[in-house]
Design a protein around this ligand. Sequence first.
Ligand code: PAF
Length: 281
Amino acid sequence: MKIFRTANKIFEFKKLSILENKIIGFVPTMGALHQGHLALVRQAKKESDYCIVSIFVNPKQFNNIDDYNNYPKSIEKDISLLKECNCDILYLPENNDIYGNYQGYKMDFEGLDNVLEGKYRTGHFQGVVDVVYRLFDIIKPDKSYFGIKDYQQLLIIKKMIKQAGFNIEIVECPIVREKSGLAMSSRNMRLSEKQKNNAAKIYEIIRNKKFSIDDNPKQIENQISQEINNIPDLKTEYVIFCEQDSLNQAYQFEKNNGVMLCVAVYCDKVRLIDNFFYVFK
Ligand code: PAF
């Protein structure tokens, strides 16, 4: 695996004639890699000729300085995990290589940044768009891989691609979970074993919640929130049913129409998100 630390190295690589008509698959990450990331890398590897992974802890997308400072880092381990997956190139830029002469990319979020994560993490999605736009502009991949756990991010990146005119296929990848059901996240590294067991109850509760099409979504949200809050260490920030494409809040359930439940939950000081898609038949 080659490690490039500057955009210029990527540009030189992209000029190589061996790349003609070759498919470049790209997985952007912030490091502290887990099996969820590696599933994206493996899929990219399967579907492309060259797989590029970036590791950059993007300061602009953290609305909370403690979260940024405490974001887990494990670069040596990340490098060996990527080698095991036969990743071809790791792009490991410094802040200046990303933001040196670049102010960011202004897009029309069409309201997608006002709800859920956008509402509770002011500026977060602008920061994500800024870095992903820049990474796409440097790497110019054919395909890029994103997990459904960050579902709102996925929708926003798809919108950004259209607005910016990038010719990149965004590949949606399923949530990878621990055996316990806990959605994999780099932030899980900050949880004790006991806290991880408690946090695993989030998925158990949302997956097993029984309700019918005639129920009122608000009441079900409140019940789920209470059930989660009854588990030690857990405190919900939001529990919201929303429409799958617009993320508008669902005020009633509809036949043949799926509904997405999105949750953000603090486990002690660590903020976790998860989601679950229900369909009424
Ligand atoms: O999902 C992430 O890890 C980050 O938001 C991303 C897409 C790598 C941008 O920093």
